[in-house]
Write a protein that binds this ligand. Structure first.
Ligand SMILES: Cc1cc2nc3c(=O)[nH]c(=O)nc-3n(C[C@H](O)[C@H](O)[C@H](O)COP(=O)(O)OP(=O)(O)OC[C@H]3O[C@@H](n4cnc5c(N)ncnc54)[C@H](O)[C@@H]3O)c2cc1C
Length: 195
């Protein structure tokens, strides 16, 4: 693994020469690490998310005078590749150690109350890491999507895996198409499962 690989490290042998055009749906940390890794290697990446800002379950909400992280409250590090990225974020000032005291209360008694040193938080809010990953990426808010060319099949069904996929992208880009696609998927599944 190359020492300069950075975020989302890929062994050299696995990189591709051709320039890819990639659309990534979801600006949580996983989608953004994927996007950042590809963009840093010169691929054309566009990120779409249904929410206003990046973060997903690492989002921070704000209102007048207060803000809170409403997903992950801290994270820990075990993997060396993640550790390397976290070190970079600490240098950048978007991640810090967190020595908050965590207590477990039961029936009015404190069972544990430790102040471990291995917890990390993004600062000033949990979304800071994702904001940093998303910087300069071509990101779009994707609020409504309509399939342009829906499949003719009412649903997809893998007989061996007994896996059905349904949606308006199969049945047609309307409530009726989506309804019929869901019914078709149930029909295919029931056809395979013992009643
Ligand atoms: C309450 C809570 C507490 C947690 N506490 C911790 C913790 O203490 N420590 C820890 O390590 N982890 C914690 N986690 C888990 C951690 O937050 C998640 O594992 C991690 O953030 C998931 O990242 P992700 O990128 O996989 O998914 P997400 O962050 O969920 O990102 C998915 C993104 O895709 C977008 N999306 C979904 N569907 C569509 C669509 N159709 N079109 C466009 N966009 C779409 C969403 O808006 C979202 O931004 C917690 C999670 C929650 C909810």
């Amino acid at each position: 693994m190359s020492a300069e690989a950075g975020v989302g490290q890929i062994p050299e042998g696995e990189t591709r020469a051709a320039r890819l055009g990639v659309a990534i749906i979801g600006a949580g940390i996983s989608g953004l690490v994927c996007a950042r890794t590809l963009a840093d290697r010169g691929h054309r990446v566009r990120v779409f998310d249904k929410s206003r800002g990046p973060g997903g379950r690492m989002s921070t909400r704000r209102a007048a005078g207060w803000r809170f992280d409403h997903g992950a409250q801290y994270f820990t590090v075990r993997d060396p590749a993640f550790e390397q990225s976290v070190a970079g974020w600490m240098e950048e000032g978007v991640v810090s150690r967190w020595a908050g005291k965590i207590a477990v209360l039961a029936d009015g008694t404190t069972l544990t109350a430790d102040r471990g040193n291995d917890r990390l938080v993004a600062v000033p809010g949990m979304n800071s890491v994702c904001r940093s990953l998303a910087a300069n990426l071509d990101a779009h808010r994707w609020r409504f999507a309509l399939p342009v060319d829906p499949l003719e099949d009412p649903c997809l069904f893998d007989t061996d895996l007994r896996l059905a996929a349904c949606g308006d992208w199969c049945g047609g880009p309307r409530v009726e198409g989506a309804f019929l696609s869901g019914s078709a998927a149930a029909g295919r599944l029931l056809g395979r499962l013992p009643l």
